[in-house]
Ligand binder design. Sequence first.
Ligand SMILES: C[S@@+](CC[C@H](N)C(=O)[O-])C[C@H]1O[C@@H](n2cnc3c(N)ncnc32)[C@H](O)[C@@H]1O
Ligand code: SF4
Length: 361
Amino acid sequence: MVRETPYFSYAVGELPRGCQLCVRGEKLVLFTTGACPRDCFYCPLSEKRKGDVVYANERPVKTVDEAIEEAKIQEAKGAGVTGGDPLARLDRTAEYIRALKEAFGEGFHVHLYTTGALATKKALERLYDAGLDEIRFHPDLFNPNSRLFEVEIRNIRNAFDFDWDVGGEIPSIPGQFERMKWYAEFLDKLGAKFLNVNELEFSETNLRALIDRGYKPISNESAAITGSLELGLKLLEWGGENTSLSYHLCTAKLKDAVQLRNRLRRMAKNVARPYMEVTEEGTLRFGIAEYDDLDELYTLLVEGAEVPEEWLYVNRERGRVEMPEGVAVELADAIEGDVRFFIVEEYPTFDRLEVERVPLP
Ligand SMILES: C[S@@+](CC[C@H](N)C(=O)[O-])C[C@H]1O[C@@H](n2cnc3c(N)ncnc32)[C@H](O)[C@@H]1O
Ligand code: SF4
């Protein structure tokens, strides 16, 4: 019953539509607020994202138009609306969903993650009217002292009044099999479509709390927590036999090696300048030269070394001149003095995260 997918994940039944697009890197990640009524010990949000901030992928946005522009760069076919709890800023969340649907058409698939704490019938109606296609609930299952759990569970029922896909999405927390099973049965009785289970991962902000509870990363190279994947698989095996839900066990490796890589590749082809090479990984690879005086450096390269101007780009923000990799290699050999040459690899994301820097001799 449980099958391994081509994306390093596991499934019972069909993948939710939101996941089908996400694994191909076709979902814009729209973070509409860091505000959240909960305080989960495993919360992965960075300090920066815990505020009332809006991001489209890695890009901080102030307007709907900026989010639409980001979706265009990615050639996104849908969006996953996340947070925080997007319902904590309902007006803004509904505005962004509506605007994306208007800009890209009805077929642009939008799914949303929520705690359920604020999912009144009225709030859900607003999201439905804005065009939301799929909703995923993550109630406070693993907190025995929860103030919100009862309300969240009651609110989930409200979602079945609308013609959209309803499911659950929870992390797989070692030691919590009974709670996970309980939630699967609850969703099944309501007639939900799916339950997604995430392999538990640590981040900078939750590592201490996870270690204090006895959880450990599986290795130095991975953010995944020991035992989470195995427990998720056990739930899928049980669920496949005992419920009619579809299940998707989403692994740390899927997020890293498949979803992110595919999204980067889609973006890279649209942001690469002519002197940049797009790698298999979806990163941008090119050469750079650094020197205190960029104008002097530019003149040296054009007049002294006779590099065609169209191969050079003066990036003042980053304090460097950019060029094709091969040109940097040749110049590093030919030019003596204080100019420093490197080959760099960067993400094609708004923040242009540098992932590799090799100095040229
Ligand atoms: C990152 S959250 C975003 C929406 C909302 N903040 C929430 O927690 O539901 C999306 C999903 O990630 C999962 N999740 C939360 N913390 C996690 C962690 N530390 N590792 C892996 N998955 C996690 C939950 O299953 C949640 O449904
Ligand atoms: S519901 Fe999500 S954002 Fe809110 S505290 Fe839990 S993990 Fe963090």
